[in-house]
Design a protein around this ligand. Structure first.
Ligand code: NDP
Length: 455
């Protein structure tokens, strides 16, 4: 009889769990991708702590505590009734109330919400704040809709969602397609239904009605703070580095802002139609005016700056040579070919502002070529961390200054980096922040699940 060492036993266990999941969830590729990335990196933990296997922790943690799917019927400006699908995946409440954003985008389906919800468990744990993992959204497309259509959709969405959320149960926030305007409409409808005023039910609110200062900036700034720590490994800073940022939404805008404040030359950004390349440096005021003020398209940038170029289609943004790549748009935007191009052009670091922007093949290539890699669930955790600070301020009925929140965010990002690095070292994968972040995030949740009995 062949005996297996603890690492092999752990790997066999993970293989079995993954094979079963694959057999039953073949139609959910994004979810499988996220699970695969995380659970295989936990092998050293199961090898050292077999009690986690005996407690079937993996089987438990990959199964959401609850998945809610609902109809959202709303009336458009022509008086026609439109129907969309709404989702809320309440993944894990082991360390706090469910917490995670809402995404409104036509690509939204159960697989995408589950991948995001699963990642959120580990990310939220890494922040050190008492928040569980969740995600939600709808396949509603906000593009081209009037303000009143957006309002009616948000009200219809919340009319169903309110049954499942609350300040102590589940606290949503924004994500792609859900910014301060949508959060305001959702919040207003929740309070109307509850005949109450409960600021702790949702985060990302405008500061004038219970939102936190620096929440808007938090994910982008946090990503740059994390990469700043990581660059110390090669004695580098952002000063004079050429940076490419994808997207031009919430995360991208504030990643660009912080990178520029730290002396970087940000030369490109994009939207889902195409990208702009401005070798003299992106003028962020123009991007903010187009995207935040006018809700326009990034190609309008060249009207104000004809020296820049606009390229239709966003895939080739990664062919622009850069020292640091910050993918901040969407999942799987850097595939193996894009990663090879970045590497051939000498990229030193990749910091993920978006969720799962690199494919598994791209990540392998970063490691094989010694590219510093800041994985999403650690690098973009600043947004949800400040959301948790917003919840704290709402509970205390207090309001911290921008500087206070920014200082706390900076400290949280430094801690996430330190804890991920230490976990990687402790479990035999020094310098691998992907494994380190997964392990550090997992351990806290795993211990909480064990301590609370079979949950
Ligand atoms: P926004 O909606 O504000 O911006 C998204 C940006 O990405 C837009 O420029 C959008 O272009 C572009 N984009 C969206 N889909 C695609 C696509 N399929 N291909 C190319 N470009 C695309 O969203 P956020 O900035 O909030 O979110 C961006 C990413 O960051 C997401 O992965 C999100 O999950 C993640 N994230 C966000 C957090 C937050 O606090 N907001 C927190 C942690 C992670 P267009 O305008 O044309 O749609």
């Amino acid at each position: 009889m062949v005996t297996m060492n603890p690492e092999q036993v752990a790997m066999h266990y993970i293989d079995e769990v993954y094979k079963n999941l694959e057999a039953t969830h073949a139609h959910e590729p994004e979810f499988l991708q996220a699970v695969k990335e995380i659970i295989y990196s936990l092998a050293p933990v199961f090898a050292k702590r077999p009690e986690y296997m005996e407690a079937s922790l993996l089987e438990r943690i990959i199964e959401p505590e609850r998945v809610v799917k609902f109809r959202v019927a709303w009336e458009d400006d022509n008086g026609k009734v439109q129907v969309n699908r709404g989702f809320r995946v309440q993944y894990s409440s082991a360390i706090g109330p469910y917490k995670g954003g809402l995404r409104f985008h036509p690509s939204v389906n159960e697989s995408i919400i589950k991948f995001l919800g699963f990642e959120q468990i580990f990310k939220n744990s890494l922040t050190g704040q008492p928040i569980g993992g969740a995600k939600g959204g709808s396949d509603f497309d906000p593009k081209g809709k009037s303000d009143s259509e957006i309002m009616r959709f948000c009200q219809a969405f919340m009319t169903e969602l309110h049954k499942y959320i609350g300040p102590h149960e589940d606290v949503p926030a924004g994500d792609i397609g859900v910014g301060a305007r949508e959060i305001g409409f959702l919040f207003g409808q929740y309070n109307r239904i509850k005949a109450s005023y409960l600021p702790g039910v949702i985060t990302g609110k405008l500061p004038r009605f219970g939102g936190s200062l620096a929440r808007k900036e938090a994910t982008g700034y946090g990503t740059v703070y994390f990469v700043q720590e990581m660059l110390k490994e090669i004695n580098a800073t952002f000063e004079n580095q050429t940076v490419v940022v994808s997207g031009s939404g919430n995360v991208s805008t504030y990643a660009i802002e912080k990178a520029q404040q730290l002396g970087a030359l940000v030369v490109a950004c994009s939207d889902s139609d195409g990208y702009i390349h401005d070798p003299s440096g992106i003028k962020l005021d123009t991007v903010k005016d187009i995207k935040e003020v006018r809700g326009g398209r990034i190609k309008e940038y060249i009207d104000a700056h004809p020296e820049a170029t606009y390229v239709e289609g966003c895939e080739n943004i990664w062919s622009i040579p850069c020292d640091i790549a910050l993918p901040c748009a969407t999942q799987n935007e850097i595939d193996a070919d894009a990663a090879k191009t970045l590497i051939a052009n000498g990229v030193k670091a990749v910091g993920e502002g978006a969720n799962m922007p690199s494919t598994l093949e791209a990540i392998d290539l970063y490691f094989e070529n010694n590219v510093l890699f800041a994985p999403a669930k650690a690098a973009n955790a600043g947004g949800v961390a400040v959301s948790a600070l917003e919840m704290a301020q709402n509970s205390m009925r207090m309001f911290w200054t921008f500087e206070e929140v920014d200082a706390k965010l900076h400290e949280i990002m430094r801690n996430i980096y330190k804890n991920s690095r230490e976990a990687a070292k402790e479990f035999g994968h020094e310098n691998n922040l992907l494994i380190g972040a997964n392990i550090a995030g997992f351990l806290k949740v795993a211990d909480a699940m064990i301590a609370q009995g079979i949950i």
